[in-house]
Design a protein around this ligand. Sequence first.
Ligand SMILES: [Zn+2]
Length: 216
Amino acid sequence: MNYNEQRKLIVEFGRRLYQNGYVPGTGGNLSCRIDKNTVLITPTGAAKGHLCSEELVLIDLEGNQISGNRKPSSEMPMHLFVYNNRPHINAVCHAHPPYATASSIVGKKLPEDILPEVILSIGDIPLTDYAPPGTDAVPKSLKEHINDHCAFILRNHGVLTIGLNMEEAFNRMETVEHFAKIFYISQGAGKINHLDNSEVERLRKISKALRQGNKS
Ligand SMILES: [Zn+2]
């Protein structure tokens, strides 16, 4: 995929995040890997529903700005941490979807053993330690989780998802939020039935094999 197509994808998925209500105001940020050493990222302070491709900023993996008139996202260290630790990951999506962010505020980890399809598509979703947004503490809070997961709930903040491409990162964001919403509803609806340990283990194995196969 060429550079211009990647720029269009960030604009398109920024609009979809906004339409879903995941990035009100100027919240959230998106990036994709252009080649081995460069990453295209959204600028700081921009509404993700109304991005122009000219606003996007090209940076290298050390955070040096290569092109673009705007400043890169304040969450650049978090994005670079992902690319530097997961060489096969090509897209990073960060948003503040309401149900998943609410779970981050009450400090309730989304249980792994409820929905088989979430185990298969995403696996366990860790809840990170608190880190002030836009600081180097954010990548530090991801350190123990980055190698084994593709979606992360950032405590008192929001959600981070990663993928082989922008569509996969976005789909994971939608899946996490949908799961958080279902979990919230089910808590008020009655007793939650958890899957048996043996079934969780079986699903984990399939999920792990799938994600190891494509390194996502
Ligand atoms: Zn944020």
